[in-house]
Design a protein around this ligand. Structure first.
Ligand code: GTR
Length: 399
C-alpha cells in the first residue's frame, strides 16, 4: 500500500514536470528572430513622415495589438464621477492634502466604483503633475494613513519633489483572477451570459481603461494637471501601463517597471516568461484576449512585437526598467523592446534611447525613451521611483 502511494506520487511529480514549460535563461539558446518593422505598413510601404505614422501605421499597430494581444476596450462610459470619502489638508505632517474617494462609473443603467487615493503637495504651485500607480499588490502598499509605508509607493518622497501621487487597486477595476475578472468594469459593457469574442478585452486593458477614468476625474478639477500625468505600473501593472498609455493619449508618460513578457520584453526572444506561460489556462490567460493564445510557442507568427507597443507612446516619453535578478522578465528583452522603438521617435523628431547597450546597474539612460536596470530582484523600489521622477522632471521642464 505504502509502495503504491509512493509510486502514485512519483507519477504525479513526473506528470507535473512534463507539463511544466521550462523557461530558457541561457542567452546562447535565445533564438534568432526578425522583428516586424514599426515603420513599414501592413502592405509593405515604408513610413517616412509623421502624417503616415499617425494616419496609417499607428492605427494599424493599435488594431493589431487589440485584435491579437490585449483585446478591444470600449470608449468612455456615459458618466464618470467622483465621490469624496475623506479629505485631509494636513496629511503627511502638513506637506500634502490627502483626498480619498471613489471613481464612480455609470453606463447603461449599471454602475461600478473603485477607490482613488491621492496626495497633492501643499507647497507646490497648482496645478501639479501627478504619478498614478496602478497597484497590483496589496492595498497596504498605498496606505493613506501611512501607518504602513513601503517603497512600492513612496508618497512622502514623491510629494517632496512636488508631484501629486495617486494610486488605484487594479483588482478593484477588474479582479485579478480568471474566475472573477469580468466582475469589475467589464460588467458595464459585456453580458456575462454571452460567450466572449476572441478579441474581447482582457484584464490588462480593463486596468488601463480604469486608469483613464482617473484622468476623466482630473479633467474636472484644478489642482492636478491632467496634461502631466505619468501612468506607472509594476510587472503586470507595467504591462497595463504600456497598453493604457497606448490606448489613451492623454497620459503624458507611461512607465513600465519590470513588465516582462506581454509588456516591454520582446516576445520573439523566448527568454524567461513566454507567451505560453502567460496564456496558460492555470495562469494569466485572462489578462489578454483569447487570440493571444494562438501565439503560444508560435511567437514568430505574431504580427507585432512589444517594441511596437512601446512605439505607440511616441512622441510621448516612455520608460522601461528592469532588475538584474529578474530574469523571468527578461531584462535584456525589455531593453531591446525600448531600443527598437527608437526609430519611431526619431521619425517624429525625438530621440529614442540615448544608449545602444544596456547601461550598468544603477545608471539611468534618459532620452525620450528611458531605461535603467537596478541591482536586486523583482520589485518597485524608491531607487526606481527616483529615476522616474528625474525622467518626469526632464520632460516636464522641471530640471
Ligand atoms: C508573474 C507573471 C509575470 C508578472 C508578475 C507580476 O507571476 O508571470 O508576468 O506580471 O507575475 O505581476 O508580479
Amino acid at each position: 500500500m505504502a509502495m503504491n502511494a509512493l509510486m502514485l506520487s512519483m507519477i504525479v511529480v513526473q506528470a507535473t514536470l512534463a507539463q511544466a514549460d521550462p523557461a530558457n535563461y541561457d542567452e546562447s539558446m535565445a533564438p534568432d528572430y526578425t522583428l516586424p518593422d514599426p515603420l513599414v505598413t501592413e502592405v509593405g510601404d515604408p513610413v517616412t513622415d509623421a502624417d503616415t505614422w499617425f494616419d496609417v501605421r499607428r492605427p494599424e499597430l493599435l488594431e493589431l495589438f487589440r485584435e491579437h494581444v490585449y483585446g478591444y476596450r470600449p470608449g468612455p462610459p456615459e458618466h464618470t464621477g467622483f465621490e469624496l470619502i475623506e479629505e485631509d489638508p494636513e496629511a503627511l505632517d502638513g506637506a500634502a492634502t490627502l483626498r480619498r474617494g471613489n471613481i464612480v462609473i455609470a453606463h447603461e443603467g449599471k454602475g461600478h466604483a473603485f477607490e482613488l487615493i491621492l496626495f497633492i503637495p501643499n507647497a507646490a504651485e497648482k496645478p501639479v503633475p501627478c504619478i498614478l500607480l496602478m497597484n497590483n499588490r496589496d492595498r497596504s502598499n498605498t496606505e493613506p494613513t501611512r501607518e504602513e509605508i513601503t517603497e512600492f509607493w513612496p508618497a512622502e518622497e514623491v510629494i517632496a519633489r512636488g508631484y501629486a501621487v495617486a494610486a488605484v487597486q487594479v483588482n478593484e477595476a477588474a479582479p485579478d483572477n480568471g474566475e472573477e475578472f469580468r466582475q469589475g468594469v467589464m460588467r458595464l459593457f459585456d453580458d456575462p451570459e454571452i460567450e466572449r469574442e476572441p478579441n474581447a478585452w482582457g484584464g490588462l486593458a480593463a486596468w488601463g481603461w480604469g486608469a483613464s477614468r482617473v484622468l476623466d476625474y482630473f479633467e474636472t478639477q484644478y489642482d492636478v494637471d491632467v496634461t502631466r500625468v505619468a501612468l506607472l505600473g509594476h510587472s503586470r501593472g507595467g504591462k497595463a501601463a504600456l497598453w493604457g498609455g497606448a490606448e489613451d493619449p492623454r497620459f503624458a508618460i507611461a512607465i513600465s517597471n519590470e513588465s516582462g513578457s506581454g509588456g516591454a520584453a520582446l516576445s520573439r526572444r523566448r527568454f524567461g516568461e513566454r507567451v505560453s506561460h502567460l496564456t496558460d489556462e492555470s495562469r494569466f490567460h485572462y489578462w489578454f484576449c483569447r487570440n493571444f493564445r494562438n501565439f503560444a510557442e508560435n511567437e514568430d507568427a505574431l504580427p507585432i512585437d512589444q517594441h511596437q507597443l512601446i512605439a505607440l507612446m511616441a512622441p510621448r516619453p516612455v520608460y522601461v526598467a528592469s532588475a538584474v535578478e529578474d530574469e523571468w522578465a527578461d531584462p535584456k528583452g525589455e531593453f531591446l523592446g525600448a531600443w527598437h522603438a527608437g526609430p519611431v521617435y526619431e521619425l517624429l523628431g525625438k530621440d529614442g534611447l540615448p544608449v545602444d547597450e544596456q547601461p550598468e546597474p544603477g545608471v539611468a539612460a534618459h532620452g525620450t525613451i528611458g531605461y535603467h536596470i537596478r541591482e536586486g530582484s523583482h520589485n518597485l523600489l524608491l531607487e526606481d521611483w527616483n529615476h522616474y521622477m528625474d525622467f518626469a522632471d526632464k520632460h516636464f521642464g522641471r530640471e
